[in-house]
Design a protein around this ligand. Structure first.
Ligand code: IPM
Ligand code: MG
Length: 376
């Protein structure tokens, strides 16, 4: 029997509740498909941080690098300022393991209502490939204040002068900035991954950028896209500005099959994607390093106000579990889990409040686990 060891970080808020259901369903899939999962629990999250001061140490990350895939619940807690846990745990892992793909399927399963009038599961079925380690997420930024350093008003005036040849008067005396950076290698590898994925689907790849305004960074993105596209002559491609993508996701989601996007825009458009597939409770994601350690999680946050009430929807996490097991090579088990989710949704008698039901988190997990067991 195949044996997998999977580190699991339940995290904060609703994290432990949804992860428990994900594990339940994966264990049921293991029983049906003849593999066994040894879960290795990690305490990282707000509680652990407040007690010990550790977010996630390099030692822990080193230890985790001995595995192929990590299962993550959610991080974020009102007792800790925004950004600390997200950067210190989630982004730390994405960067440390160089998980350069953030794979986010946007698929309206049958049985789910989309807020888009007249659209069905035929229309909403695409995958967003979000670059996951560069762009505005590189964490380069700062502040400058008149008096502390060179006058900031002067910096701003010089910038305008150098860039646009304009002499602009400003009295700005304090500025903040954040810099986006993409590398040729980082851009090429995510775009190539998206082309490979598109080759296995409808042979259509849409690129997302804002090359009309941020010409340096996204002009470069387009250049790299165009050069990789040369290797895939049978894939149809198009370029889209990110603001227009938001419009088309709502008006014509059926146009899309695979999209590839820089990190920041990918973050934003996948929340929109989640809504058109029925809500954040249904949207899974995978942080993937095809040659290293990947990490799977729901794309939603830790929803602290719902914590401990056994009421939130565990489906995003269960689906993320399916992506995880697929990454480990258990494709049939993964398909069965997604099928079981869909049959739960189609039946519609065991669903949480976000889908208009009143079932508990654990009821939904039980129902899907039972369907997985029966599907074999
Ligand atoms: C996501 C989240 C994260 C991100 C946050 C929590 C750091 O919004 O996974 O989409 O911005 O990537
Ligand atoms: Mg996000």
């Amino acid at each position: 029997m195949a044996q997998y060891k999977i580190p699991v970080i339940p995290g904060d808020g609703i994290g432990p509740e949804i992860i428990a259901e994900g594990k339940k369903v994966l264990d049921a899939a293991g029983e049906a498909y003849g593999f066994d999962i040894g879960w290795i629990e990690y305490p990282h999250g707000a509680e652990h941080y407040l007690k010990t001061g550790e977010l996630i140490s390099e030692d822990t990350l080193k230890e985790l690098s001995g595995y192929d895939a990590i299962y993550l619940g959610s991080v974020g807690d009102p007792r800790v300022p925004p950004g600390v846990l997200e950067q210190g745990i989630l982004l730390a892992a994405r960067f440390y393991f160089d998980q350069y793909i953030n794979l986010r399927p946007v698929k309206l399963l049958r049985g789910v209502d989309t807020p888009l009038k007249d659209k069905t599961s035929e229309d909403i079925d695409f995958v967003v490939v979000r670059e996951n380690t560069e762009d505005l997420y590189v964490g380069v930024g700062g502040r400058a204040c008149a008096g502390k350093s060179r006058g900031t008003a002067e910096i701003v005036r010089n910038l305008y002068h150098v860039k646009f040849g304009l002499d602009i008067e400003t009295d700005a005396d304090e500025i903040a900035y954040q810099i986006g950076m993409i590398s040729r290698q980082g851009t090429e590898r995510v775009i190539r991954y998206a082309f490979e994925l598109a080759s296995t689907r409808e042979k259509k790849l849409s690129s997302v950028d804002k090359a009309n305004v941020m010409t340096d960074i996204y002009g470069f993105w387009r250049e790299v896209f165009t050069s990789v596209a040369g290797e895939y002559p049978n894939i149809e491609t198009d370029f889209n500005f990110v603001d227009a993508i938001c419009m088309w996701f709502v008006k014509n989601p059926e146009w899309f099959d695979v999209l590839v996007t820089p990190n920041m825009f990918g973050d934003i458009i996948t929340d929109l994607g989640a809504m058109i597939q029925g809500g954040l409770g249904l949207a899974p994601g995978g942080n993937i390093n095809p040659d290293g350690v990947s990490m799977f999680e729901p794309i939603h946050g830790s929803a602290p106000k719902h914590r401990g009430q056994n009421k939130v929807n565990p489906i995003a996490t269960i689906w993320a579990g399916a992506l995880l097991i697929e990454q480990l090579g258990e494709r049939d088990a993964a398909n069965t889990i997604v099928g079981a989710i869909e049959s739960n949704l189609l039946r519609g008698d065991v669903k949480t409040y976000d889908l208009g039901g009143s079932s508990r988190t654990t009821d939904v997990g039980d129902d899907i686990a039972r369907r997985v067991a029966q599907a074999r």
